[in-house]
Design a protein around this ligand. Structure first.
Ligand code: B4P
Length: 192
């Protein structure tokens, strides 16, 4: 199964992708995690990405596409993948469509996790207290939410128009949200 998880920062994309990975037995491809690994390794790309991420801005479309192409070229994605954090704007959505066509891996679902903004802010504040991520400070979170509204939210309409969008209520316990996603995907899972 090839699945894209969409939703604002704090909507539970990474959290649910970690569970879906076990359930669907396909890798979780998080562009945020790929970038954080580059930052941790101190690679030239990581050095470039570090400041951009700390501001809550988007890293360049060109860098992201290169990273994604490399990741999806790995053999573990042969039976599918869960893509989390990409696309974040229309340029990336178009690039993804072209890439998936090129590698002959059509997307099955775009799942949007819907969560009200005040809850997103609470969740991220909780993570900030636990993990101390550089981009989880209140000011940076505001910027990330603004970027989501102006650049990522329109991508949701694009998937809706393509007939690929499934909207899932992201409010509730981790188990509740997970069950809703599985339910939304079940016809595709049965088909295989
Ligand atoms: P990401 O790593 O994608 O960060 P995110 O949007 O906050 O989502 P994440 O998956 O981590 O959080 P989740 O909602 O699961 O991106 C980080 C940065 O990388 C971006 O700002 C950007 O700079 C860069 N970047 C990444 N992709 C890019 C791209 N394509 N183009 C350009 N730049 C890119 O969880 C958040 C918190 O909520 C957690 O603490 C979790 O425990 C909690 N939570 C989740 N579900 C819950 C629930 N049901 N109830 C209560 N709490 C819950």
């Amino acid at each position: 199964m090839r699945l894209v998880l969409l939703g604002p920062p704090g909507s539970g994309k990474g959290t649910q992708a970690a569970r879906l990975k076990e359930y669907l037995q396909v890798p979780h491809v998080s562009t945020g995690d790929l970038l954080r690994a580059e930052v941790a390794a101190g690679s030239p790309l990581g050095v470039q990405a570090k400041e951009v991420m700390a501001r809550g801005d988007f890293v360049s479309d060109e860098i992201l596409l290169g990273m994604l192409e490399d990741r999806l070229a790995r053999t573990d994605t042969a039976n599918g993948f869960i893509l989390d954090g990409y696309p974040r704007n229309q340029v990336q959505a178009d690039a993804l469509a072209t890439l998936l066509k090129k590698i002959g891996q059509p997307m099955d679902y775009a799942v949007q996790l819907e969560v009200p903004t005040d809850l997103l802010v609470d969740r991220i504040a909780g993570r900030a207290a636990e993990e101390g991520r550089a981009d989880d400070t209140p000011e940076v979170v505001r910027n990330r939410l603004d970027k989501y509204t102006s650049q990522t939210a329109p991508v949701i309409d694009y998937y809706r128009q393509q007939g690929q969008l499934t909207v899932v209520d992201g409010v509730g316990s981790l188990d509740e949200v997970f069950s809703r996603i599985i339910e939304a995907l079940s016809p595709a899972k049965e088909v295989g």
